[in-house]
Design a protein around this ligand. Structure first.
Ligand SMILES: Cc1cc2nc3c(=O)[nH]c(=O)nc-3n(C[C@H](O)[C@H](O)[C@H](O)COP(=O)(O)O)c2cc1C
Length: 152
């Protein structure tokens, strides 16, 4: 059943990044959805066991880094290693978004969000973010589309 759902729902691939005090981190997820125009809101589904879950809860903000079509490798790195154990940003060129969230080099776009609500749903939390900034960084490129065969 889960395989059918994975293969039939279409998503992009995102690395949600966060800075909590001196620590930066990020994790891969295709589970990002726009959910309101006014105010402009997105939601991200993150398991409570992720390091990013604790960090976003503490910092009250996060950025959605929208990956470009050639960034599958980066998505794997941020999806198969955890900030509980390693610094995923080591050796990776990183800037900051205007809201001071980590911005990955060569991302297709970023969306800066303030955390406005957290809902516990099933085995994930829905982080609802109000968009406070967004920029298309590679207008000539195209975003990465989620294909489970690239990862599992
Ligand atoms: C393709 C892919 C999709 C993923 N989707 C999600 C997701 O929707 N929610 C989630 O909590 N974790 C998801 N993960 C797992 C996290 O990205 C992974 O556990 C990561 O190591 C968490 O990092 P952290 O512990 O540093 O926060 C996904 C991983 C991959 C490779």
């Amino acid at each position: 059943m889960q395989e059918v759902v994975f293969k039939s729902l279409t998503n992009g691939v995102y690395i949600v990044t966060v800075q909590d005090n001196d620590l930066i981190n990020g994790m891969t997820t295709p589970w990002v959805t726009q959910l309101s125009y006014e105010p402009l809101l997105v939601m991200v589904a993150i398991s409570p066991v992720r390091k990013c879950h604790e960090m976003i809860t503490n910092s009250g903000q996060f950025a959605v880094n929208v990956l470009g079509a050639n960034q599958v490798e980066l998505a794997s790195r941020f999806g198969f290693t955890t900030g509980h154990e390693v610094d995923k940003f080591e050796g990776i060129s990183t800037q900051q978004t205007p809201a001071a969230n980590p911005l990955l080099a060569d991302a297709f776009a970023y969306i800066d969000c303030e955390l406005v609500e957290t809902l516990s749903v099933g085995d994930h939390s829905l982080f609802i973010g109000q968009i406070v900034g967004a920029e298309l960084l590679d207008p000539a490129g195209s975003p990465l589309v989620f294909n489970p065969d690239d990862y599992f």
